[in-house]
Design a binder for this molecule. Structure first.
Ligand code: NAD
Ligand code: UD1
Length: 338
């Protein structure tokens, strides 16, 4: 029996595939490479020393995806595939709704058709919106501020409706906080297109000399040093959370929702200092205006995942900075020819 991983060559998917292969799972990956590179497959096989099946398929291609279900004995699905850039989702909302929602509908339809009713879905802390106070618990009211976030919230609702219609489904919804870091080998990591939107890739690109200085978005937030506070989580800890979620859907039915975060909030300046300490480098920065849509503090209450999944983070901020840097410095142009 195999685990189907959609979006398995992406940032979080690739790290999760390695953890699954290391634990002896049979893995089938589908990805359309809209935001990843074929090179990832080689590197996953190199790190794990194992082979896996790969299909270059778009989730919107019903026939292509059905072939994957026909040719493999799939027991469970981890669904990472989706578009994820917040700013882009504001510019091209229809593409985001179509890709993320229709892709999920087609996947669930085929899962139903082939009797595969165990699903782990990548949601985001973005569904907590602007009005909740951290630490955030899973039962808070949800809202969103951009089309990307709305696709996550809509998919969560669709999955709830699916379970109401057919209680045989077992679905774990994972709300990720801020994944950073990379595999300790430095061979796989986050490979953003163009100018990074997120903090850690921007810092590593300043460190490697691709960007002049970090712009820190505001220093008058209600936080200890005035800069925004987030819950950064090492991508390998996050990946391991998916193995715990698979165990959960194996034994339980219904929809189960978990935050995957450390439960600790760090400010932008904390991250800059930790990066400087871990790498012995200096990061130039300027304070600029706040970015619209940013909240002052966003961090998880991570106790439900500890209690019900027996999962917690093992790596600290220094590990995250060291591993992000190792990936960046050994792959200054990501997966493109260096
Ligand atoms: P990513 O872009 O690196 O990986 C997503 C993968 O899905 C890519 O390889 C892309 O090519 C593929 N894909 C997209 N649409 C597809 C389609 N229609 N058919 C087939 N493949 C498709 O992103 P990631 O950071 O690994 O995120 C994985 C999931 O986690 C996403 O759903 C994302 O929204 C969610 N998430 C990410 C973060 C984060 O900070 N990285 C935070 C919260 C939630
Ligand atoms: C962003 C997205 C969120 C997504 C998450 C994970 C927005 C508004 N939110 O969240 O939906 O789930 O990424 O990928 O885009 N910062 C700087 N300078 C920079 C970049 C960031 O100061 O160049 C600050 C931000 O203001 C924030 C912190 O660093 O305080 C983290 O930012 P980022 O990495 O973009 O993550 P989020 O804003 O939490």
């Amino acid at each position: 029996m195999a685990i189907l991983i959609t979006g398995g060559t992406g940032y979080i998917g690739s790290h999760t595939v390695i953890e699954l292969l290391n634990q002896g799972y049979e893995v089938v990956v589908v990805d359309n490479f809209s935001n990843s590179k074929p090179e990832v497959i080689k590197r996953i096989e190199e790190i794990s020393g194992k082979k896996f099946s790969f299909y270059k398929v778009d989730l919107l291609d019903y026939i292509g995806l059905e072939k994957v279900f026909k040719e493999n004995n799939i027991s469970k699905v981890i669904h990472f595939a989706g578009l994820k850039a917040v700013g882009e989702s504001v510019s091209i909302p229809l593409k985001y709704y179509y890709n993320n929602i229709t892709g999920t509908l087609i996947l669930c339809e085929l899962m139903s058709k082939y009797g595969v009713k165990k699903l782990v879905f990548s949601s985001s802390a973005t569904v907590y919106g602007m009005n909740n106070v951290s630490p955030l618990t899973e039962d808070l009211p949800l809202s969103t501020t951009n089309p990307y976030g709305s696709t996550k919230l809509m998919i969560e609702r669709i999955l709830n409706d699916l379970v109401v219609s057919d209680p045989e489904w077992g679905i774990v919804i994972l709300r990720y906080f801020n994944p950073i870091g990379a595999h300790e080998s430095g061979r796989i990591g986050e490979d953003p297109n163009g100018i990074p939107n997120n903090l850690m890739p921007y810092i590593t690109q300043v460190a490697v000399g691709k960007r002049a200085a970090l712009s820190i978005f505001g220093n008058d937030y209600e936080t200890s040093d005035g800069t925004g506070v987030r819950d950064y989580i090492h991508v390998v800890d996050l990946a391991k959370g998916h193995l715990k979620a698979l165990e959960k859907v194996k034994s339980e039915k219904g929809v189960m929702v978990y935050n995957l975060g450390t439960g600790i909030g760090y400010s932008v300046l904390d991250v800059v200092k930790a990066f400087e300490k871990a790498t012995n480098m200096t990061i130039l920065y300027n304070i600029v205006d706040k970015r619209s849509g940013d909240v002052d503090r966003c961090f998880a209450d991570a106790s439900k995942a500890l209690k019900e999944l027996d999962w917690k983070c093992e790596k600290n901020l220094e590990d995250m900075c060291r591993d992000s840097w190792k990936w960046q410095v050994s792959n200054p142009n990501g997966y493109k020819e260096n």
